[in-house]
Design a protein around this ligand. Sequence first.
Ligand code: AMP
Length: 349
Amino acid sequence: MGYRDEVESAFTHNVKQNNPDYKPIAVILSYFCNDFSSTTNHMSLITVGTMAFDAIETPFGKVDQIVGGSATYVAYSASQFVSPINQISIIGYDFPSEELEAMKKRDIHMEGVEVVPDKKSFFWSGKYHLDMNSRDTLVTDLNVLADFNPVVPESYQSSEFLMLGNLMPKLQMSVIDQMKTRPKLIVMDTMNFWMDVAMDDLKEVLKKVDVLLVNDAEARQLSGEISLVKAARIIMDMGPAFLIIKKGEHGALLFHKNHVFFAPALPLEEVFDPTGAGDTFAGGFIGHIAKTKDISFENMKRAIIVGSALASFCVEKFGPERLKEISKADIDARIQEFVQLVNFDIDLG
Ligand code: AMP
């Protein structure tokens, strides 16, 4: 039982004894306690994935070693909205302590991050094509990831939301299985790499998640369908009730039953490095959902706009740097730009 639960339960118990009309007071207390949400697990989110080093080449430049990883981007993005973030990942001796400190300052908890003293962190290297929408993976060195067995710490158990960032499907499944209470919403990201090497495991996880995020090429690979509408139907039959198909600079589609919603990507003058944009999108999406605690289709529409806004910052600099600089005002202003982008009047009379 967390701090807030204890206070709430003691208070409610006392009030119940003396006042038959106790409910409204308990409700008032619950609002009051929300002010302390950063010290409790009540708005909390588990984020799972890689914390890594990347080497990236884009038409604008090249970096040989920069901090990356799916869970790094997800956590930096979601921490704009939710506190705490309960991180589950694995790092080697080489992962920079300054980065860990920067994450802790954002209330990203590290109890679920295993540190392996004699191995290197996961390493990924990619090269972008001229259009920046597609890339080739040059190297995937699993390193510490090869023997990773994620453990969900007891202190994470009451988390209401679970974001399974891009990771081996077996490990994503293990985290779901360890949750004593099923989270309100399980969102899963994955990539073509896991479809190539672990498709069966991936399909098992799909049966257990609520929302799947993939890009258009991955949706086609997973479903065997060219049409994204048909692909969406096939993928939703595999398990997830909601499907988000990301289309890079062409925005994202949200599918649910027979409904579909489209969110554009902001036309940017300069896209410097798209690495992590998908994870940042996922972090903004789940961050908004966890903050509002509303898992309706209508709120998911807002959440994909928030995800798109966060992703638009990510691409402005190499690595997660830009995500560390931005303020709430920057995010709000960018969300307004999205509203303007798709807002129009029409007279059909
Ligand atoms: P994104 O550009 O959103 O697809 O995410 C890129 C990030 O994902 C990089 O920082 C990589 O370290 C990480 N990454 C690349 N390949 C994998 C993989 N197979 N599993 C997990 N994370 C990966």
